[in-house]
Design a protein around this ligand. Sequence first.
Ligand SMILES: NC(=O)c1ccc[n+]([C@@H]2O[C@H](COP(=O)([O-])OP(=O)(O)OC[C@H]3O[C@@H](n4cnc5c(N)ncnc54)[C@H](OP(=O)(O)O)[C@@H]3O)[C@@H](O)[C@H]2O)c1
Length: 332
Amino acid sequence: MKTTSVDPATVPHRRLRSGALMPALGLGTFGSDHVSPDEVATAVKGAFGAGYRHFDCAAVYGNEGRIGQVLQGLPRDQLWVTSKLWNDKHSPRDVVAACRQSLADLRTDYLDMYLVHWPFPNYHPPRADVTSRSPDARPYVHEEFMETWAQMERLVDMGLVRNIGTSNMTAPKLELLLRDARTAPAVNEMELHPYFQQPELFSYVRSHGIEAIGFCPIGSPARPLRDRSPDDGVDIEDPVLVGIARDHGVHPAVVCVKWAVQRGQTPIPFSTKASHYTANLQAVVSDPLGEDEMRAIAATDRDNRLIKGHVFLWKEDQSWEDLWDADGRIAT
Ligand SMILES: NC(=O)c1ccc[n+]([C@@H]2O[C@H](COP(=O)([O-])OP(=O)(O)OC[C@H]3O[C@@H](n4cnc5c(N)ncnc54)[C@H](OP(=O)(O)O)[C@@H]3O)[C@@H](O)[C@H]2O)c1
């Protein structure tokens, strides 16, 4: 496997509504329960050397302090650093303090992007089982979300954050946010991979000037057991992807990344292996997929959501589908 670095200037970028240019490929940093903060921080350092400039961080990943030790040694003006507000910090009095904590941990004066990680203010402990429910859990309440969002807008006014966005939002929720926000979200971070292409939401966000950042772009093959369901597919074992990968002489994971960037998403694949994260970056600057290959991958979609969000449910008899407003209405 080649490990030659890539010139960051050759990596595609997305222009956001603020005019900012965001690299169209980032490194995910969620080590989950099997990759330590040290290992993730080492990957961030290595990935910078390989040509990555975009790093997708979050307070809840529990490793921002360690990643910050690496970032402080890198030229800040060349980096795109995203962080996320966790669900137990939605209260208007908590948002600025939570952002300041991420800034301190990441050892930076500002964030390029700050996201509301989930639209629900429902706290659950790290590594919570899918069956666990918080007695305080609530549905999405738009008026409350707008109070959180007003603080996100304030972070921009304060110069602590340059762009703000959402994560795990649906079209009905975004519709309300776009109606009521002073500053519209620049991005929505959402699950996107060949087996879960979300064509309607993808097209909705793009037609409203919102860039789609795609998480689990490879189908998160190493996700913990609690995030696995018996019916889940494995994208990188799909015969179409395996065949295209063979034709290009790459791993199917690399095909997922090529497809994502060519489709117009901004994937944020996670890897701690230099050969893997370098191959993922090289994928977006060389040997593009043909139109037939793009069409063949589009046809592999099986609406297979992996991160279902069970722990956010607020009633006993609910199904995880209620979190995603599939019928066009926000569940209450
Ligand atoms: N906003 C949200 O709610 C949310 C939710 C989930 C995730 N995220 C973000 O999205 C990022 C990515 O999601 P994810 O980590 O769940 O899944 P992913 O990126 O789809 O998959 C990561 C897995 O793919 C493997 N891999 C990566 N490149 C490879 C290559 N070239 N060849 C072979 N295997 C390769 C990695 O293994 P190796 O380490 O062995 O290479 C790792 O096990 C997270 O780290 C996080 O930053 C956000």
